[in-house]
Design a protein. Structure first.
Length: 242
């Protein structure tokens, strides 16, 4: 009898141990009653940090934007006015991107494409009209102050960059704190935008992308000679850089 009792205790203990190991991964998700298990204060802090700051890699800090932080609908159409200056080519476009009927002015967009042309290759690319519209919003908001373009289209090796696809701009406005630019651009986001701030260099990156929207702060110095930004192997520029 004693031997049988000991055998039953051993079997029960083994089953309980196995159940604990198998059930551990799901404990944070739910209980039998369907209510979420309450995480510890440390887990809450980690979740909050991940939500608002993302993962810190080196000197860059990035995080996805929760849907509740986005605009419910796109911002109203801006005036269309845009004055933008390329610091690489020392050239400027001063245009209105809209026709009288609200459609895009093809000639104005061509001027924008020219200002955005790649610094290394001299090539031009159609710039996404969503990005151009955002730049017009910025121009309106900051009282018609000229926007300086540090980097627009980039014909480069790393083809995953939004710059490569004509959907990104690195900008600054003389006399305006980059934090204010960043804050305003973020307020325009109804989904599908990337906004990055580079404090050590003093510019704001703006792009349009598939959802989710993303934010980041990069404390490193921008490296224009990064290998991924170099021209594709075998490419030869037909005219000298200016």
């Amino acid at each position: 009898m004693l031997r049988l009792l000991l055998m039953l205790l051993a079997i029960t203990g083994s089953a309980q141990a196995a159940g604990a190991d198998e059930g551990a991964p799901g404990r944070a998700a739910s209980t039998d009653s369907g209510e979420a298990a309450k995480p510890s204060s440390g887990a809450k802090s980690e979740k909050r940090l991940a939500m608002h700051r993302g993962k810190h890699k080196g000197r860059m800090l990035g995080w996805p934007v929760p849907e509740k932080a986005l605009l419910a609908a796109p911002a109203p159409q801006p005036s269309g006015d845009l004055r933008i200056y390329s610091i690489n080519y020392k050239d400027e476009a001063d245009v209105n991107i809209f026709n009288a009927d609200g459609s895009f002015d093809v000639k104005a967009l061509a001027e924008i494409n020219h200002i955005f042309k790649c610094r290394r290759s001299g090539l031009e690319h159609d710039i996404d009209t969503r990005l151009v519209t955002i730049l017009s919003h910025i121009y309106d908001h900051f009282g018609g102050k000229r926007i300086e373009l540090l980097s627009g289209y980039r014909f480069q090796r790393r083809t995953t960059s939004n710059h490569f696809h004509g959907t990104a701009a690195d900008i600054r406005i003389p006399g305006v704190n980059p934090r204010k630019i960043r804050s305003y651009v973020e307020s325009l986001d109804a989904g599908g935008m990337g906004v990055g701030w580079y404090p050590r260099v003093g510019f704001v990156h703006v792009d349009v992308r598939p959802p989710p929207s993303y934010r980041w702060i990069d404390y490193s110095r921008s490296n224009p000679d990064d290998r991924g930004r170099q021209l594709p192997r075998g490419f030869k520029r037909s005219d000298p850089e200016s």
